[in-house]
Design a protein around this ligand. Structure first.
Ligand SMILES: *Cc1c(COP(=O)(O)O)cnc(C)c1O
Length: 372
């Protein structure tokens, strides 16, 4: 293979469709500030995602940061979260002047270990921020039960879980809020973008203030807000990509199932468990390269690179091990998370990935295992 195969490639609507869709902007000159397309996308996504309320944001990170801010936790309060995630999750907590408390994850799906949450709760704990990592759904019932028992908020980082349903309901309808990313590299994109889903209407007003400088009228500012609005070009990209979302899932599914069949029986390679009550969006394909494979994850990673396949070590290192966070916060035992971080490799999967390339990737990994 001559061309680089990256871990993902953005889905895009047909060129003419997008060009046609943005034409009205040259008449209205209304490019942002909760315009017509912002409102239309908010409404369509609310319906598609099966959630009560939705607030669009400029990106997933600001969605997460503002979702946390919307609940007005006292400064320095503790937030139980997972280190096995993209660094944005931890940044969003710390940038809100809250203390992350890292909880270990489960080896079978990489989500927060619900049996290790309670021992981390103190009188300063205010919230739990779990991650539906790779679209693997957390143990929602157990987490909610703990939250109810101790009076904690639950804000899910659902950046990987767009389109996922759990027990017939949109994944964004669980917890106090769920945050989605529509970044170009995600399964559904608005170029850059994100959203917060929730049920309480009060939060809509709060997030509106936080994403638009707290402006409530020409001469009225009621709250100290940021600027995190989605612009109209992004909203139109979202509307166009939404037209093709089912095809995008179907195209990914073909590769996903092919990989799953191939890797299921490969000695030394382990896959995450899939919950029966949850649907999948085929956003990522993580494999776990265990000691018995004979080659380490790093060796496979390098071997693939030599062959122009750019797999990624999502998520290594743990966010708690990054220089900006290391040794700053309470050190819980993170054995499972650390092991996963050392074994995981996310291999390329995207809508337009050729089957031939998927096949080559599988063959290269097999070959690497036999090397030497
Ligand atoms: C992508 C991502 C984010 C941040 O979203 P952006 O849209 O890139 O700002 C947050 N959390 C996780 C787990 C992510 O993968």
């Amino acid at each position: 293979m001559d061309d680089k195969i990256l871990v993902t490639r953005s889905s895009m609507p047909p060129y003419e469709e997008y060009i046609e869709a943005i034409k009205p902007l040259w008449e209205s000159h209304w490019l942002t500030n909760m315009g017509r397309y912002h409102r239309e996308l908010e409404e369509k996504l609310r319906e598609y995602m099966g959630v009560m309320e939705l607030s669009l944001m400029v990106n997933g990170h600001m969605a997460l940061e503002l979702a946390i801010q919307a609940f007005d936790f006292p400064e320095g309060a503790e937030v139980i979260t997972t280190p096995f995630t993209f660094v944005s999750t931890t940044h969003a907590i710390v940038r809100n002047r809250l203390q992350p408390v890292f909880c270990d994850v489960k080896p079978d799906d990489g989500t927060m270990d619900e049996n290790k949450i309670e021992e981390l709760i103190t009188e300063r704990t205010a919230a739990i921020v779990p991650v539906h990592v790779y679209g693997n759904v957390c143990n929602i019932e157990a987490i909610q039960e703990i939250a109810d028992k101790y009076g904690l908020r639950v804000i899910y980082d659902a950046a990987h879980a767009f389109g996922v349903k759990y027990k017939g309901h949109g994944i964004g309808s669980y917890g106090d809020a769920s945050v989605f990313s529509f970044h170009a590299t995600k399964v559904y994109n608005t170029i850059e973008g994100g959203a917060v889903a929730f049920s309480e209407h009060r939060i809509y007003e709060k997030l509106y203030n936080l994403k638009n400088f707290g402006i409530r009228g020409e001469e009225i500012v009621t709250e100290v807000g940021a600027n995190a609005k989605m612009n109209e070009f992004a909203a139109i990209m979202g509307l166009c990509n939404l037209n093709h979302i089912e095809k995008a899932f179907a195209n990914r599914k073909i590769k996903y199932e092919y990989y799953r069949n191939e890797f299921s029986y490969m000695q030394g390679i382990r896959l995450f468990d899939e919950k029966k009550e949850a649907t999948r969006n085929y956003a990522y394909f993580p494999i776990l390269i265990e000691e018995t494979y004979g080659r380490t994850r790093n060796e496979i990673y390098s071997f693939l690179r030599e062959n122009n396949i750019y797999a990624r070590k999502y998520f290594y290192p743990l966010t708690s091990d990054q220089v900006c966070f290391k040794n700053k916060y309470k050190n819980a035992e993170l054995g499972n998370a650390r092991k996963l971080a050392n074994e995981v490799l996310v291999i390329p999967i995207y809508e337009e990935l050729e089957m031939e390339n998927a096949h080559n990737i599988v063959e290269l990994i097999k070959k690497a295992g036999k090397k030497g």
